[in-house]
Design a protein around this ligand. Sequence first.
Ligand code: KG4
Ligand code: ZN
Length: 408
Amino acid sequence: MAATLLPTLSPAVSRAAAAFLLLRRGPAKSLPSTLRHFVASVSSSSPATPSPAIRPPSTVASSSTVARATHARRDLLMLGIETSCDDTAAAVVRGDGEILSQVVSSQADLLARYGGVAPKMAEEAHALVIDQVVQKALDDAKLSGSDLSAVAVTVGPGLSLCLRVGVHKARQVAKSFGLPIVGVHHMEAHALVSRLVNKDLDFPFLALLISGGHNLLVLAHSLGQYVQLGTTIDDAIGEAYDKTARWLGLDMRKGGGPALEELALDGDPDAVKFRVPMRQHKDCNFSYAGLKTQVRLAIESKNLSTDDIPISSASEEDRQSRANIAASFQRVAVLHLEERCQRAVEWALKIEPSIKYFVVSGGVASNKYVRTRLNQVAENNRLQLVSPPPSLCTDNVLHRRHDCLDWD
Ligand code: KG4
Ligand code: ZN
């Protein structure tokens, strides 16, 4: 990632999509030229519409060259491996962006049991299933290792013990079949995965990346060239969703964020008056630690015994109080996003007036309320919101369908 983008190295929940995108730094130098072309093109515009912004006129291809390149791209087959936190994921993607398979083995039960990710246990869980996950990804794509062109693997940020399992497996596959390895930056993948689903999405664009460990506002100039406009000064929004969900006694097996989003539907978003963070700071940074404290105090002041009584056993009145807190938290957490994004759009348009797209990605971007509110920010500024489907924002929706331990 460019030196201007400096994500913190806090834990991040893994996601299969992180492994779909290939970066051109590091090993790219040693890639064969067709593969180098693919590495750049997966994240660049559709071949039929070469962008003058990223390709000088002398290199714009003729239609026959484009047709050959498209064909060559289709022939390239990438295996992606992702083990940055608590899920083990693998996918096979064709050079033109078609996803042939994606497999996720969830550690949701471990997460619910221990209330968070225990790195050593997560590492062991990855080691237990990584071979099966990769094999299933190849089987689902009806391929074997010898059909592959390269192996992509998330190299960070994430838990180092966990990342190591994925990198080890990637090396093993690469060695067995004589393939190059491409290191993938977790957050860059969150930003660029949008280009798999929206082929028109071209640089430059503004991206908001919201996950369990990161809150980033980034101006993407071109592949590998990013300017960070804002980051969190403490917690990320996903962490605030997860903690609030836990404190409200929600079922963490479906993920804190989704559980809280569901409960908030039944609550009054104006019932509890939480303060919107950082209004006095006229920048694009975020803060969620103070909002977490406000939530904790609200729960205590209402005498909700959420630690002992899960929401499934709560009285109707108690459940309504929890729903009100959930809805009020969500309104303010997202309002904070809206305010910082509005300022970031203004900053970004001053730097790059040609921006047309506002990308929103990362696990929290699968939240419907978040998408609706940020779509409004985009429309107010005549930008188009691009947000990947939830299955490419986060792993969560795939958990139960691909639980390794249930495979026969
Ligand atoms: O991007 P991601 O899968 O992994 C990281 O890189 O962290 O994001 C995971 C985060 C978790 O905090 C999870 O609770 C949150 O995304 N999340 C949601 C929703 N789905 C996932 N937060 C709010 N609403 C959702 N529907
Ligand atoms: Zn992530």
